[in-house]
Design a protein around this ligand. Structure first.
Ligand code: FES
Length: 121
């Protein structure tokens, strides 16, 4: 299975009405397009991925397995995702995850399914 980056756009993640931080969907789309990442590591927006309490969830779905990140709240976090994707598209499993993203990793053993995203961003 090809690697991808899956950004939750479900009932809670990025939902300002629920007090969650904004998710910069447009920034991510623009950066993916600018760096032509979609061919090697597609960006996907999904409905709820399951662990809503982790707030603003992203999965780095690598060939080695999914890396779950939660609590993304700043541009620095999302810039880190973009940098990781650029690195992974070039170097594959040899690429590293920045320290700021490593702090957001959480364990999750359940499988996930990409779902129809919320449309209001
Ligand atoms: S809405 Fe993102 S994990 Fe549920």
């Amino acid at each position: 299975m090809a690697p991808s980056v899956i950004v939750c756009n479900g009932c809670c993640c990025g939902n300002l009405e629920k007090g969650h931080d904004k998710v910069p969907f447009e920034l991510l789309e623009n950066e993916w397009e600018m760096h032509e990442l979609n061919e090697n590591i597609p960006l996907k927006f999904s409905g709820c991925l399951g662990p809503c309490s982790m707030r603003n969830v992203v999965i780095l779905d690598t060939v080695e397995g999914p890396i779950w990140l939660g609590g993304l709240s700043s541009d620095e976090h999302y810039r880190g995702i973009i940098e990781w994707a650029r690195d992974y598209a070039t170097n594959g499993p040899e690429s590293g995850l920045s320290e700021i993203l490593q702090q957001l990793i959480f364990e999750r053993t359940e499988n996930f399914k990409v779902r129809e995203p919320r449309k209001n961003f």
